[in-house]
Write a protein that binds this ligand. Structure first.
Ligand code: AQP
Length: 334
C-alpha cells in the first residue's frame, strides 16, 4: 500500500496555517487507500532554541491537536520523533549523501538564519537531511505539506536518487509531495506577503487553534485589507494578497472552490465579509480547541498514545535502517 508520512514541529501553538495546509489534509488521507504515519518533529523544533518545559507541553498539545482534528491513533501511527532513534541514525547517513551546496540553496534556512547565518545552529542547516530521513525511514511514497515545504521535498527526492545511484540500488522511493487545496499557503493577517507562522512575534498575525471565539473574531476584524470591496471573480484577487488570503481561508474552511466563494461574496465590503469569515472560523475551530483542552487535562493518556505510536513506527523503520546500514557497508547490520 502507498504510505503517507508527514510531520509538524512542536515549536509553539498550532496555527490556522498548519491546520489548513497540513492537519486537515492529514485527516483526509486517513482511511483512504493510504497507510498514514504522522509525527511530532521535536528534533526539528530544537534547531532553534526551545525552552524544555515549553517543548514538552507543545509536543503533547500537538498530539492533542492531531487527535482533536480527527486523526485516530488506531488508524494512523501518531508518534514523537525523538522516541524513534532511527530518524537521527538515518539522518547521519543522509548528511553524508547530501551536498553542502544543496543545503545552501534552501530558502527556509536563509529565512530562519537571517542575516547572521554564521550564528545559526548546524542543525538548522542540516534540517532537510533529517526531514528526508523522517520520510524515507518509512519508505513513504506521499507527503502532504504546505507550499513552503516544496523545496525540502525536492531535496528529499534528490537524496533518495543520489543514495540509490551511489550504491547502485533501487532502495529508497522517490517521494511525491501532495500540495493541494485552497489554502496551501495561508498568509499572515498583518502582512499578505509573509506566511502565517507560529513563531511570528505578532500574535495578531495568526489564528491559533487554541484561540477562543473572541480572539478569532478580533484578529479577523483587524486583519489588514485594502479599501475596495471584494471583486466578483477570483481573477480580481490576483493583485490583492490580503483579500485573496481571506477568501482562500474562507474557501478552505467551507470546503468550496474559490470560484464558488466569489459567486457568493463578490461585491461585498470587508465589513460584511469579515464577520462571516469569523463565524465560519469559530464554527470550524471551536470544537477542535475544546477537544484539545479536554485531552490536555490528562497527559498520561497522550503519553501512552505516543509510546504506542513510537513502537509501531519503529517496527517499520528498524528493518529499513538496518537494510540501509547493510547497503552502506556497516558491520553488524541485520
Ligand atoms: N502558513 C501556512 N500555510 C499553509 N501551510 C502551512 N504550514 C505551516 N505554515 C503554513 C504547513 O504546516 C506543516 C508543519 O509546519 P512546521 O510546523 O513543521 O513548520 P513550518 O512550516 O516552519 O511552520 P511554522 O508555523 O512557520 O513554524 P515555525 O514558525 O516554527 O517555523 C508543514 O506541512 C507546513 O507546510
Amino acid at each position: 500500500t502507498p504510505r503517507v508520512f508527514s510531520g509538524i514541529q512542536p515549536s509553539g501553538g498550532l496555527t490556522l496555517g498548519n491546520y489548513l495546509g497540513a492537519m486537515k489534509r492529514f485527516v483526509e488521507m486517513q482511511g483512504s487507500e493510504f497507510e498514514t504515519i504522522y509525527c511530532m518533529v521535536d528534533l526539528h523544533a530544537i534547531t532553534v532554541w526551545q525552552d524544555p518545559d515549553k517543548l514538552r507541553h507543545a509536543t503533547r498539545e500537538l498530539c492533542a491537536g492531531f487527535i482533536a482534528s480527527g486523526l485516530d491513533p488506531k488508524q494512523s501511527v501518531l508518534f514523537n520523533q525523538s522516541q524513534v532513534p532511527e530518524h537521527t541514525q538515518l539522518a547521519w547517513i543522509f548528511n553524508c549523501v547530501a551536498r553542502m551546496g544543496w543545503m545552501q540553496r534552501m530558502t527556509q534556512f536563509k529565512d530562519k538564519a537571517g542575516k547572521n547565518a554564521q550564528n545559526a545552529s548546524l542543525g538548522l542547516f542540516a534540517y532537510p537531511a533529517l526531514m528526508a530521513a523522517d520520510i524515507l525511514a518509512y519508505h513513504a511514497t506521499h507527503v502532504p505539506v504546505g507550499e513552503d515545504q516544496k523545496q525540502h521535498l525536492e531535496l528529499t527526492r534528490d537524496i533518495a536518487i543520489k543514495f540509490n545511484n551511489d550504491f547502485g540500488v533501487e532502495f529508497f522511493p522517490i517521494t511525491e509531495p501532495v500540495i493541494e487545496g485552497a489554502a496551501t499557503r495561508v498568509m499572515s493577517l498583518r502582512d499578505g506577503s509573509k506566511k502565517m507562522s507560529k513563531s511570528d512575534p505578532s500574535d495578531m498575525s495568526r489564528i491559533n487553534l487554541t484561540d477562543d471565539a473572541g480572539a478569532i473574531a478580533k484578529k479577523i476584524r483587524k486583519a489588514k485589507t485594502d479599501p475596495e470591496p471584494l471583486p466578483s471573480e477570483a481573477k480580481g484577487l490576483e493583485e490583492r494578497p490580503e483579500a485573496r488570503n481571506l477568501v482562500n481561508i474562507y474557501a478552505a474552511l467551507s470546503e468550496q472552490s474559490v470560484d464558488d466563494v466569489m459567486r457568493d461574496v463578490g461585491g461585498q465590503q470587508f465589513g460584511t465579509f469579515k464577520p462571516m469569515l469569523a463565524d465560519l472560523a469559530v464554527d470550524k475551530l471551536a470544537p477542535i480547541s475544546t477537544e484539545m483542552a479536554r485531552l490536555m487535562q490528562d497527559t498520561t493518556e497522550i503519553d501512552k498514545i505516543l509510546d504506542d505510536g513510537a513502537e509501531r513506527a519503529r517496527a517499520i523503520a528498524t528493518p529499513i535502517l538496518q537494510k540501509t546500514y547493510e547497503i552502506v557497508g556497516m558491520v553488524g547490520a541485520k
